[in-house]
Design a protein around this ligand. Structure first.
Ligand code: GAL
Ligand code: ZN
Length: 663
């Protein structure tokens, strides 16, 4: 059984949230448990920020209150996702051992009084963290409520201190073996940066001018690894005590500091925190993309939505609420894209502290409120969707995304800082989402053989192996789409010389010689004649066997290829040498889908409606402002309403249908 199956077996879909009883007198706890049961809550995350409560003084232990919480949950039949409390050390740690506190790139220490104030490489922090984790695990091993371990919270801390510098050097020694190799990889003949001894090497601290991009790339690799090392240390302590309890830590979607591909391989359950911005018109697609990423990280198996907001968050400058129905719509969207658990931050709204204006499943006004009624209705309705648990979301399209390339692309001092890896990823995802085409997000070294279409929005840093695999994929009959400024550097961040993208030139049947950021819009034309615009980025390309499907019409590039299509071996490779306006990029993707023989879940999908199939169930979700009608193409039963109908389904704004074919 996979990690999450151990939780859903016998429980069905998971529903609940972060539960912080330490903020409340114990009289409130009984009401919490009763309300949770009524709402269908079956999983709560406890103890994320409880270190100072569990260890009120160095070495002291106070588990009594947590014993009572665990027993209360066990009695109510609610499973506990028990957190190691190490995301927020108590003030006494920073006071006694200031070297456990992180330093920024200017050498300024970040103090306690908030959270996350630890240095990932600090032995003092590690020792204290593992101490409390070990005692926590020993105490609750075998407790009937314990179902999942939640290590830390939203890992992403970075520290530039001397201890981190030492750890960085050790990491570099493992990577390079010797200083000569490091000097070569970092290109230190540039600007007189040659290192003559390991002790000279520093994190990229604040410097007079641009820092070495390879130093910075390695630093980002190191920072992700240093945190992962700490995660592993906690996980291993937990596993010693409770080998059968799965371990997770909550990701933050497309979060740059942590290479989630590497991390996911180290956990039993992939979980994520997701806070779509109600004011962002692209939020539904952006969120779908992140959900698909989580499914990819979980290797196609189910994942857990650890945190979402029941209403507004409090950390944007102006916090738009979720209109009625939005809570359910967003939660079901995650379910449709592979989540087997839909959880919230948090159960009961805090009265004090930095998040006192953050929404919760039980608002300040209490349970007799619109918001809590929505929570309860949603929790109950999930009981009826149990058959979806464990089901896959089959996809024939792969979207390639890797953290190393992201880091390398977004170093400063490049042709344009307006070309961003996450934005390109979304731009290429959007037309697929709009057509209801299922997508797996995969790492650059993924096995591609099973996919009909592989989309590489940007792979600035590419290894020889990855480039060869993409080439072999096309020659073997696959369809490939590659976006601009791909294949530019090797794993050291060194520019690959020759016409670009050098390692993909043969398969693309095209090559370029200049990257040309654009001042404004750029005119383009399909070969059939119709015009469109592109923006921000252009490249001076020449076809070398590929056909120019579209060309630039304005300026110096007039008549030069903008979009190229090449038959290579048994497959087809597309190259897009600019950032086309959304409708034009959608046209490129439509043609590539046709090459690949891939179609969306339903024939005609109105704007704003999302369609995704999970197992036998076709989910239709209306994110738009208008009532939509969608024809699922046959007689279906809606699992949410029980209604059976033939022909089109009517979906008012924020409505969801979960359709299973009936004969
Ligand atoms: C998450 C975090 C929670 C809470 C929440 C508020 O980032 O894990 O502890 O702060 O945001 O939206
Ligand atoms: Zn440090």
């Amino acid at each position: 059984m996979s990690g999450l199956e151990r939780l859903t077996a016998g429980r069905g879909l998971l529903f609940g949230g972060d539960y912080n009883p330490e903020q409340w007198p114990e009289e409130v706890w009984a009401e919490d448990a009763a309300l949770m049961r009524e709402a269908g809550v079956n999983l709560v995350t406890v103890g994320v920020f409880s270190w100072a409560r569990l260890e009120p003084e160095p070495g002291a232990r106070d588990f009594g209150w947590l014993d009572r919480v665990m027993d209360l949950m066990a009695g109510a039949g609610i499973a506990v996702d028990l957190a190691t409390p190490t995301a927020s050390p108590p003030p006494w740690l920073g006071h006694l051992r200031p070297e456990t506190l992180p330093e920024d790139a200017s050498g300024h220490r970040l103090w306690y009084g908030s959270r996350n104030q630890f240095c990932p490489s600090s032995p003092g922090y590690r020792e204290r963290a593992l101490g409390i984790v070990g005692d926590l695990a020993a105490r609750y091993a075998g407790h009937p409520a314990l179902a999942l371990w939640h290590v830390g919270n939203e890992y992403g801390q970075i520290c530039h201190c001397d201890v981190s510098a030492q750890a960085f050097r050790a990491w570099l020694e493992r990577r390079y073996g010797g200083l000569d190799a490091l000097n070569a990889a970092w290109g230190t003949t540039f600007w007189s940066q040659r290192y003559s001894g390991w002790a000279e090497i520093l994190p990229p601290r604040r410097a007079p001018y641009l820092v070495n991009p390879t130093q910075s790339l390695d630093w980002q690799r190191f920072c992700s690894d240093a945190l992962l090392d700490h995660f592993r240390a906690e996980r291993d302590v937990l596993r010693e005590h409770t080998p059968d309890i799965p371990v997770t830590t909550n990701f933050m979607g497309l979060f740059k500091p942590v290479d989630a591909w590497k991390w996911a391989a180290e956990e039993d359950v992939v979980s994520n925190d997701c806070y779509p911005d109600p004011g962002d018109p692209l939020a539904p697609a952006r969120t779908a993309l992140v959900h698909d990423l989580m499914r990819g990280l979980a290797g196609g198996r189910p994942w857990l939505l650890m945190e979402q907001a029941a209403g507004a968050v409090n950390w944007r400058p102006h916090n738009l609420p979720k209109p009625p129905g939005q809570l359910r719509l967003e939660s079901l969207q995650a379910l449709a894209r592979g989540a087997d658990g839909l959880c919230y931050f948090q159960w009961r709204a805090s009265r004090f502290g930095a998040e006192r204006f953050h929404s919760a499943m039980v608002p300040h006004a209490g349970p007799d409120t619109r918001l809590h009624r929505e929570v309860r209705t949603h929790g109950r309705e999930l009981r009826g969707l149990g058959e979806v648990a464990g089901q896959p979301v089959p996809a024939r399209v792969a979207l390639v995304f890797g953290w190393e390339s992201w880091w390398a692309l977004e170093e400063p001092a490049r042709p344009s800082d307006r070309l961003r890896a996450d934005e390109q990823l979304l731009a290429y995802y959007l037309p697929l989402w709009e057509r209801g085409v299922a997508v797996d997000v995969v790492p650059p070294d993924a096995e591609l053989g099973g996919y009909a279409l592989v989309v590489v929005p940007n792979l600035f840093l590419v290894t020889d192996r990855e480039a060869d695999a993409l080439t072999a994929y096309v020659r073997g009959g696959g369809t490939l789409v590659v976006g601009p400024f791909s294949g530019v550097v090797d794993p050291d961040g060194h520019v690959r010389t020759g016409r670009f993208p050098a390692p993909l030139r043969a398969v693309l049947g095209a090559s370029g010689e200049e990257w040309l950021p654009a001042a404004g819009e750029v005119g383009c034309r399909w070969r059939e004649g119709e015009a469109f615009t592109a923006h921000t980025w252009t490249e001076l390309m020449a076809a070398e066997g590929a056909e120019a499907v579209a060309e630039f019409t304005g300026g110096d590039l007039a008549g030069r290829p903008a979009v190229l299509r090449h038959r290579a071996g048994d497959g087809v490779a597309w190259y897009v040498a600019t950032l086309p306006e959304p409708a034009a990029l959608a046209e490129v993707m439509a043609r590539a889908l046709a090459d690949a023989g891939v179609r969306g879940e339903v024939a005609e999908l109105p704007p704003g409606v999302e369609a995704v199939r999970r197992g036998e169930v076709l989910f239709l979700l209306n994110h738009g402002a208008a009532t939509a009608r969608v024809d699922p193409g046959g007689r279906c039963e809606d699992l949410l309403t029980g209604a059976v109908a033939d022909g089109p389904v009517t979906l008012p704004p924020r409505a969801v249908a979960a359709l299973r074919r009936r004969t």
